[in-house]
Design a protein. Structure first.
Length: 219
């Protein structure tokens, strides 16, 4: 997988984690904190790697243990938490023209899919490439054009919007269909996330039992 100098990967670790009972980023999954798992799967695809968190001090160990020369940890721009605020924070700190935003509770994030989304943005001169499943958009496994999206997201926040996709009708969005997602990475499972200890334990048990070998491959 090539390392792209025009792409920033932002891993969001700022959720409230109410149902998990502890910060998701630090929860152990198959022997690694979830945040380290995200870095392992995505850390080689971009020159700039950012982690956003409302408690950056708890993640200082990341900068000494994993990709220490390229990982930056930033506090959320806004005190108020929310999906749109988190998306703004990701684009605000990024330096590259294209920004991949991934939530740390997605246990099988896909580097090939992010690359395909970035390529589609360039090829179609679009502003956002966002997977869409039967459950709707997946704004936190998507790639955004920073220059056009950042001011529009800020305007949406200023008028009181909170949903991560509330501004999509103001830009050119490429909707990645399930077929497009599988064409980019046929392992599948990129949007599986964990919200509770029970969910996390169930997926971990399936991996350890050999039931998800392909999907859990970190290559």
């Amino acid at each position: 997988m090539p390392c792209m100098d025009d792409l920033t990967v932002v891993i969001q670790a700022g959720g409230e984690s109410k149902r998990m009972g502890t910060p998701k980023a630090l929860v152990s999954f198959c022997g690694l904190p979830l945040i380290c798992r995200s870095l392992k799967r995505l850390g080689l695809v971009a020159d700039e790697i950012i982690i956003t968190s409302n408690d950056p001090d708890s993640l200082k160990f990341i900068c000494t243990d994993v990709h220490s020369d390229r990982v930056k940890v930033y506090r959320d721009v806004f005190d108020a938490r929310g999906a749109l605020n988190g998306l703004y924070t990701a684009l605000y700190y990024a330096k590259c023209p294209f920004v991949a935003v991934v939530a740390c509770d997605m246990v099988f994030p896909s580097a090939p899919l992010l690359v395909a989304e970035r390529d589609a943005l360039i090829a179609q001169s679009a502003d956002a490439a966002v997977p869409r499943t039967s459950h709707g958009f997946e704004p936190f496994h998507a790639v955004y054009r920073r220059e056009t999206c950042l001011p529009i997201i800020k305007a949406a926040i200023d008028r009181g919007e909170s949903r991560a996709n509330s501004w999509y009708d103001e830009v050119k969005v490429i909707e990645f269909t399930p077929d497009m997602v599988l064409a980019a990475d046929d392992r599948g499972g990129a949007f599986i996330n964990v919200n509770t200890p029970t969910e996390l334990a169930a997926i971990e048990a399936r991996i350890l039992a050999g039931e998800m070998t392909k999907i859990s491959d970190d290559q």
